[in-house]
Ligand binder design. Structure first.
Ligand SMILES: [Zn+2]
Length: 195
């Protein structure tokens, strides 16, 4: 199984930061993706990032990169997780919404939903607040290009809110970040083992 980790946005993407500007999503997501890939490799899995660049690479180009790998090794031997931070508003103010969530596309396959469920279980097991669509469907279905236009099981994780003071503090808490990395790896591995 080839595990592809996408980090959304680039240094040239407007917005996508905490109201005080100290946290920037593109930077956090890159660091997280890099550490997650290393952790998966340490555990013996074939993992790689699809956006090593610092700048914003279009969703179209990122999907093409994923689909080129799918064509090479077969879609059933690939999975993709896109790493993001959530935001409750775009007005530049702090908000109260908090927590972690996983998203799939409106046309999501059963495998994508399965991967999402394993991630929810792993994050919840580490005591991190999970925002669920419903108890039986813990993932959110949305029109997401990265998940819609890729040929393999694909999910997007929103790792806490970048416009919540409490959540941003957690994004720089080493124990919390380690728990999130471990949860992503565990969820991915549980999914692979269930196939
Ligand atoms: Zn994002």
């Amino acid at each position: 199984m080839k595990i592809l980790i996408d980090n959304g946005h680039g240094s040239d993407t407007k917005g996508k930061c905490s109201p005080d500007g100290k946290h920037r999503e593109y930077q956090w997501a890159r660091k997280f993706a890099e550490r997650l890939v290393q952790h998966l490799r340490d555990l013996g899995y074939d993992a790689q990032r699809i956006v090593p660049e610092e700048t914003d690479i279009s969703i179209r180009e990122r999907c093409q990169r994923v689909n080129a790998i799918c064509a090479e090794v077969g879609s059933k031997n690939v999975l993709m997780v896109s790493i993001h931070n959530n935001a409750a508003g775009s007005d530049g103010n702090w908000h109260n919404a908090r927590g972690w969530s996983v998203h799939v596309s409106l046309n999501a396959s059963d495998r994508s939903k399965k991967l999402a469920c394993r991630l929810v279980e792993a994050v919840e097991a580490r005591g991190i607040k999970v925002r669920k669509y419903s108890p039986s469907e813990p993932f959110w279905a949305q029109n997401l290009g990265m998940c819609r236009d890729t040929n393999c099981p694909a999910v997007l994780t929103e790792n806490l809110f970048q416009d919540s003071k409490e959540d941003v503090a957690l994004l720089y808490d080493e124990a919390c970040v380690n728990a999130l990395i471990d949860a992503h790896a565990t969820g991915i591995i549980q999914y692979i083992n269930s196939l």
